[in-house]
Ligand binder design. Structure first.
Ligand SMILES: Cc1cc2nc3c(=O)[nH]c(=O)nc-3n(C[C@H](O)[C@H](O)[C@H](O)COP(=O)(O)OP(=O)(O)OC[C@H]3O[C@@H](n4cnc5c(N)ncnc54)[C@H](O)[C@@H]3O)c2cc1C
Length: 386
């Protein structure tokens, strides 16, 4: 069956639903969603509580063109986002100092977005398989028949992470087919697998400790979780956004001065500010017998210092099935940050995670999805800045 629409939005996730919600005339708009229900990622996000945004909208937390990101946030920031949800009955609360969560669970955010976009038509279970241009418009088809013709197309199909929640590469294929450059996608906000030299980490599976991780000039202090497949936890997840193969440096004793232990008659494994299991495993790895600190030779003190700057190269990541986001995507150089419209194809828009903009943990990715959506909706409403 053929359908004709003024605007089609590919993907009823965070970004696509926000575009629809902000349209002045929703009646001519169809949301195409492969899942049976919209907002699947929002529903599971933040452990089911959805970390909507962060009170500190820090640009250095984003990977992508900072000028492009700044222009979007200059118009739609965290204050706007918080107010938008609160005005629609979504109570929020701040945790960990600056992270804004839905007080009554993530489904409150999904419901608010759906209510606000309810005059648009939702085609759920409509998985777009192919795309073509026709005249000044676009045609989207799904497997097993059915086409949607539209004059304007918003690609809000997200990244490649969590395929079981509906992720697909359709947005990248559409962009590439019309000549956009794609920044190589990779799993991000994801755990690392290990080389054989760190195989002993696996014996610590389930233990979490505070660490500092350094990659180049970037530094994160947070928890590291030893997992069966490797290492995870917020410090690792954030670092994974910036990691490009090669070595990373972990300080397993953040803010601790080893020199304060010199002369002590207590066993090293009880003196080190680490769970005993972890201390023993690292001492064994460093080839230092667990004995009173006072008995250590000076070369052993030097070896012990390696815990402050433990360098190793992760083998890889846990992959898209575990990654919270995908970094890379449609390069922003050919996207207008005032409208989110393609500079190559009039009427074609990209918003959210499908673009080459990715944030660290803390609500930064929903912020991007919602703010880029709002900029796009302004353009579709015929409202331009200035
Ligand atoms: C487990 C988990 C927890 C997260 N927690 C947080 C958090 O607390 N805070 C935060 O800021 N970020 C979080 N994120 C990241 C955040 O969910 C995403 O960055 C955000 O959802 C991106 O919005 P989007 O609209 O661009 O993409 P999505 O929300 O992924 O929406 C894209 C939509 O397009 C649909 N789609 C894809 N391909 C097709 C197709 N071919 N045909 C039809 N439909 C299609 C998908 O089914 C999906 O509904 C989390 C991610 C995961 C996986």
């Amino acid at each position: 069956m053929k359908e004709f629409w003024e605007t089609a939005i590919l993907g009823a996730g965070a970004s696509g639903m926000m575009v629809a919600a902000l349209l002045r005339e929703q009646e001519g708009t169809v949301l195409l969603e492969g899942n049976p229900r919209p907002g699947a990622k929002i529903a599971v996000s933040g452990g089911g509580r959805c970390n909507l945004c962060n009170l500190h909208l820090d640009l250095p937390c984003y990977r992508g063109d900072s000028g492009f990101v700044r222009e979007v946030f200059a118009r739609y920031d965290q204050k706007w986002l918080r107010e938008w949800f609160e005005r629609r009955g979504v109570a929020t609360r701040v945790e960990k100092g600056s992270q804004l969560f839905c007080h009554d669970g993530a489904s409150a955010a999904v419901d608010a977005l759906r209510r606000a976009s309810q005059k648009s038509v939702l085609h759920a279970g409509w998985r777009v398989e192919s795309f073509r241009r026709e005249g000044e418009g676009f045609v989207l088809s799904r497997q097993g028949g059915g086409t949607v013709h539209c004059r304007r197309l918003v690609v809000a199909s997200g990244g490649l992470s969590f395929p079981k929640l509906g992720a697909s590469d359709i947005g990248l294929r559409i962009a590439e087919s019309v000549g956009h450059r794609i920044v190589r996608p990779a799993p991000a906000l994801v755990g690392w697998t290990l080389q054989p030299s760190q195989a002993f980490f696996k014996s610590l599976s389930g233990v979490a400790i505070e660490v500092k991780i350094r990659i180049g000039k970037r530094l994160w202090q947070d928890r590291l979780l030893f997992a069966h497949r490797g290492i995870s936890g917020p410090a690792v997840l954030n670092a994974s956004l910036w990691w490009e193969r090669g070595e990373v440096e972990v300080d397993f004793l953040p803010d601790f001065d080893l020199q304060t232990l010199r002369g002590s008659r207590k066993q090293l494994s009880t003196l080190l500010p680490l769970p005993r299991r972890v201390a023993k495993a690292f001492l064994a790895d460093l080839g230092i017998d667990d004995r009173p600190a006072a008995q250590l030779r000076s070369d052993e003190w030097k070896t012990l210092e390696k815990l402050r700057g433990y360098r190793f190269a992760p083998a890889g990541t846990f992959g898209y099935s575990k990654a919270e986001v995908t970094r890379g995507g449609v390069a922003t150089e050919e996207i207008d940050p005032e409208t989110m419209e393609s500079r190559l194809v009039p009427g074609l828009y990209f918003t959210g995670e499908v673009l080459d903009v990715t944030g660290e943990l803390g609500g930064y990715n929903f912020q991007w999805a919602f703010s880029s959506a709002a900029v796009c909706a302004d353009a579709l409403n015929g409202k331009y800045p200035g």
